[in-house]
Design a protein around this ligand. Structure first.
Ligand code: AMP
Length: 218
């Protein structure tokens, strides 16, 4: 099953991707995670990406198309994949279709996460991440047991640069201007299904599982 998760930043795509990936045994492919890895490793791609990411802007299409194309061609993605945060522009969506066409694959379903800007802002600006093990926390909804320390590896929690209030607001504008048109793109292909990003993680997971059964995907 090839799945795309679409929706504004802070809609819960990443969290849901993790549980879906485990349930359906398909790799969770997050362009944001891959770019952050490249930044951490200090590669040329990472250096270029950082200058866009810190401002809440999109990294150039060519860069993300290349890393995603390479990732979905790996053997663990043969029987399916879950794309989180890609595509984000019309150009990326076209390139993805072309790449899948060449290998006789297609996207089976696009889950479009609906949520309000207020919810996105509250979720992202309160998010804290562990730079050591990648675990996520939230200062109000999911605080760590000990302030600023990771429950799992004791790493010191940080706020992502792009989770700062002003950058979050910019990311939401970028979503409206550059990504939202993809809803139309996938609606026309009859593969888009809306889900509520306001639901609690497990409740949404159950909804999505039922949806996959209804759509005869699982
Ligand atoms: P995310 O973790 O998905 O919110 O992504 C964090 C940041 O990485 C975004 O704000 C962009 O700067 C960059 N990024 C992630 N995915 C893409 C993409 N498909 N196209 C362009 N930039 C991206």
């Amino acid at each position: 099953m090839n799945i795309v998760l679409l929706g504004p930043p802070g809609a819960g795509k990443g969290t849901q991707a993790k549980v879906l990936s485990k349930e359906y045994k398909i790799p969770h492919i997050s362009t944001g995670d891959m770019l952050r890895e490249a930044v951490k490793a200090g590669t040329e791609v990472g250096k270029l990406a950082k200058s866009y990411m810190d401002k809440g802007e999109l990294v150039p299409d060519k860069v993300v198309v290349d890393i995603t194309g390479e990732r979905i061609s790996q053997s663990d993605a043969k029987s399916g994949f879950l794309l989180d945060g890609f595509p984000r522009t019309d150009e990326q969506a076209n390139e993805l279709d072309l790449a899948l066409d060449k290998t006789g694959k297609k996207i089976d379903i696009v889950l479009c996460f609906k949520t309000s800007p207020e919810v996105s802002i509250a979720r992202l600006s309160g998010r804290r991440v562990c730079p050591k093990c990648g675990s996520n926390f939230h200062i109000e909804n999911m605080p760590p047991k000990e302030k600023d320390l990771c429950d799992y590896c004791n790493g010191r929690l940080i706020q992502r640069n792009d989770d700062k209030y002003e950058t979050v607001k910019r990311r939401l504008v970028v979503y409206e201007n550059q990504t939202k048109s993809l809803i139309d793109y996938y609606q026309k292909k009859h593969i888009l299904k809306e889900v509520s990003g306001n639901l609690e993680v497990n409740a949404l997971f159950c909804e999505i599982k039922k949806l996959f059964v209804r759509e005869r995907l699982a």
